[in-house]
Design a protein around this ligand. Structure first.
Ligand SMILES: C[S@@+](CC[C@H](N)C(=O)[O-])C[C@H]1O[C@@H](n2cnc3c(N)ncnc32)[C@H](O)[C@@H]1O
Length: 328
């Protein structure tokens, strides 16, 4: 980051200028209300956002608290890697707006929006990837995946990949993007829960019947839709049907596996299959472990540990309450 424009002309922008004008070449300020009569600030031009499209610069620093400034830049096709947030409120508002868009697009509009606690400090990440997951609703979960993938590569952990519980492929497509050179098994019925497993969780008090109505039982998907969303579909093998029957005798070794099935029985079965096949240094991501709504997940882990011994578990503060399990 060498040459920058500072988006804002208020106290935040001035503070930023005062602190960083020695470090970066500040080319000018951007103000949503600027026009040809706008007075310079610190002897630098104050320009409207649209002027940026014809200018050469490395980064626009959002030194203001308004998410609308981010959306203005995106409407002007300013690339994500050229946008830097310095104020937390602006960033959280952007994430919240994206979250709302996600819920409205994919989920029941009646679902109450969850307040965001995501602590995303910047949009600088693996090239192109952040764009894939910032449109989803759980930044911490996606960032975790990216960092674990980095570990797998840096530590030369061998093995393939899998997700059990793919639904529309929102998480799986990022796994696929992060590992273009490895096979990714996509396990799902692609037609919702096993009714016996679902009823068992309701009966045991692990899940509430209302959830299954609200999620429409995850019926709104198909293998074709998921495969279309995969950046490297040639590496993906759909495994259609109820897990574990859908394994059909599969034998492989795994570097990273996401298990996101919401219910006790498929969670237990998936840990039982994948943990012994996990490479040393590999990762299992168990979604919803600390989620108040899917109480069977934690019970499945506890029962597995009672039978097979303690697992190395690391809880993650994403929205699902994921737990990461690794193996030495
Ligand atoms: C919460 S959704 C998965 C969401 C997805 N991982 C994501 O992040 O976008 C849960 C999925 O688990 C699948 N599922 C639940 N039990 C299953 C079983 N026994 N076999 C296969 N798929 C199952 C459901 O069909 C549903 O699509």
């Amino acid at each position: 980051m060498n040459s920058i424009y500072i988006y804002g002309t208020g106290s935040g922008a001035r503070n930023y200028y005062d602190n960083y004008c020695q470090q970066y070449q500040v080319l000018g300020f951007i103000d949503s209300n600027a026009n040809e009569n706008s007075k310079p600030l610190y002897d630098l031009p104050v320009l409207p956002p649209a002027a940026l499209t014809a200018l050469d610069f490395d980064v626009v620093v959002l030194a203001n608290e308004y998410a609308a400034t981010f959306h203005t830049l995106r409407t002007l096709d300013i690339p994500l890697e050229k946008i830097k947030f310095v104020y937390y409120k602006c960033l959280l508002d952007v994430i919240h707006a994206e979250s709302e868009r996600h819920f409205r697009q994919y989920d029941n509009p009646e679902l109450p929006l969850v307040a965001h606690t995501s602590m995303a400090m910047s949009y600088q990440g693996a090239a192109g990837l952040e764009a894939m997951y910032q449109s989803e609703y759980d930044y911490v979960r996606f960032k975790l995946l990216e960092l674990l993938a980095e570990q797998v590569r840096q530590q030369n952990i061998s093995g393939n990949l899998a997700e059990v519980g793919v639904f529309r492929g929102s998480f799986a497509r990022v796994i696929n993007a992060l590992f273009p050179d490895r096979t990714l098994y996509l396990f799902d019925t692609f037609s919702g829960f096993n009714p016996t497993e679902r009823e068992a969780d309701i009966e045991q008090g692990y899940a509430d019947a209302a959830f299954f109505v609200r999620s429409n039982n995850f019926l709104d998907t198909s293998v074709e839709l998921v495969m279309q969303r995969m950046p490297h579909p040639e590496q993906c093998i759909p495994k259609v049907g109820f897990f574990p029957e859908s394994l059909h005798g599969l034998e492989d070794k795994f570097a990273l596996v996401s298990i996101d099935v919401d219910l006790y029985t498929p969670m237990y079965n998936a840990i039982e299959y994948f943990y012994p096949r996990l490479a040393a240094g590999g990762y299992l991501l168990l979604h919803d472990y600390n989620h108040a709504e899917f109480r069977g997940v934690k019970q499945a882990v506890a029962d597995y540990e009672t039978k097979h011994g303690r697992l190395a578990k690391v809880p993650v503060p994403d929205q699902g309450g994921t737990i990461v399990i690794t193996r030495l």
